[in-house]
Design a protein. Sequence first.
Lengths: 344, 344
Amino acid sequence: MLLVRNRLRTTFESGSGVTNIRDIAAEAGVSVATASRAMAGKGRISAATVERVRAVAERLQFRPNEIARSLSLGRSQSVGLLVPDITNPFFPELMAGAERAAKAQGRTVLLTASLGAESAREDLRVLCARGVDGFIVVGNPFESSGELREAVGSRPLVVVDRAQSVTGISTVVTDHVAGAAIAVRHLLGLGHSRIAHISGPPGLDVTDLRIAGYSREMRAAGLEPRIADGEFTVDSGAEAIIRLLDGPHPPTAVTTANDLAAVGAMNAVIARGGHVPRDLSIVGYDDIVLARLVHPGLTTIAQTIGDLGSCAVEELDRQLSGDTEVRRRSLGTRLVERGTTAAA
Amino acid sequence: MLLVRNRLRTTFESGSGVTNIRDIAAEAGVSVATASRAMAGKGRISAATVERVRAVAERLQFRPNEIARSLSLGRSQSVGLLVPDITNPFFPELMAGAERAAKAQGRTVLLTASLGAESAREDLRVLCARGVDGFIVVGNPFESSGELREAVGSRPLVVVDRAQSVTGISTVVTDHVAGAAIAVRHLLGLGHSRIAHISGPPGLDVTDLRIAGYSREMRAAGLEPRIADGEFTVDSGAEAIIRLLDGPHPPTAVTTANDLAAVGAMNAVIARGGHVPRDLSIVGYDDIVLARLVHPGLTTIAQTIGDLGSCAVEELDRQLSGDTEVRRRSLGTRLVERGTTAAA
DNA sequence: CTGTTAGCGCTTTCAC
DNA sequence: GTGAAAGCGCTAACAG
């Protein structure tokens, strides 16, 4: 076939130096519309044309401008991901899972870390303006799920790691009640009976659920629950364990709201000359990478954190495909035994 | 026929029910162009009109569609951030700094975590297609800086944490030579003389620079450098320290390539019944959050990691403003003394 | 000062 | 099967 090469160089100058679909069309000797159809591979178009256009596109390293596609199609193949605190190691693991899954779907993740409700509202608006097709929100930066719903408008939304307080919104969670119960049973099995729980921030559903699981299991064993408020942070874990140990009937074992608090508790015990697990058995929650890095390694309730992210992406994809049913997906947890628990 | 539109999506249905600038213009009784100027607040326009249009925009909660702006303006006010591994706690801290700075500039960060050169090439192309205005690349996923330059095309580029191997590209780094030297001097000051160094992966410029700083300082003190290869990971740190301790003339102190390796070394010593810092003093590098969380707390060379990110954003902003000068910005390091170092 | 017009790069009718 | 043209929402000449 005769190659008619018409003013490739000229069209090259247009735009920002990158080849666009006009260049492809010109080089292939077809109209822009045909080039578009050929690239999409759908619509009424001959196989020969498809092949020819694609060959040209390949040669010229053509990548369709996603900005233009987004504007034209009304969707961007990108999703917004809002996390509360990127420096808390729990979230990067989740983000990694989400990003991997999104990439596999040909979507891009627009990440944003909020600092409180006001910032979150603005962050979500920015992402809306950037045309994300849907949102994954980890936790809930707002007082209510209504506020969250309002902030994302009509876009599909999946909430991760908040269940109770979120109504009418698809969620991905782990079974906090079951996880907390597993921790208690593990300690009971080791012969402990003075088992306390260092909780998360009061009022949070995750906190309540874990407390519920802990309490249920304690009562089932005929024991009295004993709870110290914490905050999901190392320092709060340290403070809480000190209060418990200095109080009446100090515990011989604790379950904690998360691994950070567990590490804080562990360090506090060691700092006052105690030994873990001899003087105190500790069970964390989450199994973040840190749990493996401390010494002794932290016995903990593992959530497959990356799966929370990838499941959220899958769930969002389902919604983007038109399925509007509200689903609550609950992932399993399991005990990972390391070095912070031992017989009473 | 004027009112008949080819596509039946009315303006209100388009997007997702969000008000657009046509709605604003109509409501304010001006043309779209005038509304645009009023929102931008520049061009020849009366103060009264500006006020009126903005009032309407406020009332209707108007946010300009950034996709459309991007297409029209040829820039998106977004930057691509490529990191090697989001689950290594070093990077989230850097990302947090970058995101904060970018937000302050009204830019959005498109994050992507690569897994090797092939993935990076594709990731960068995707971000290019999404129209990012520039790139921040942490490390260099490729063999050469040329490949990196090619992958980002003509877009502004800032490389973080790689200096030597990157030519003709603006960089933000910390002074690894100086940092490594500080670590050695600290140990010398404590009376140590058998000081080893657990290095990063061979061939990496960061590795070489830290080795250089360590060696220089050792020789200046009339001591023989002693280096064990590591890999920036916990496990490699553990293995390296075992090799050193089981070899001839076991060291009484080590400096390490990063905090993860330091933690690995620390755990290995403790695991074989040793005590840190009594049996071995350890100095980490980076001061990631983890350094505070282990027990005893890790003495380390602090890079202000968040600043690496925010400086990179600033540097990129400078380039986006038209300043094409290649700059190398070097941030300081300092010793953070915690519990892993003690007198010999 | 304001409106009209022409695009940004792509997709998608609608004719031929 | 293919091309011409409209249009996504916005900005920026250029007239008036």
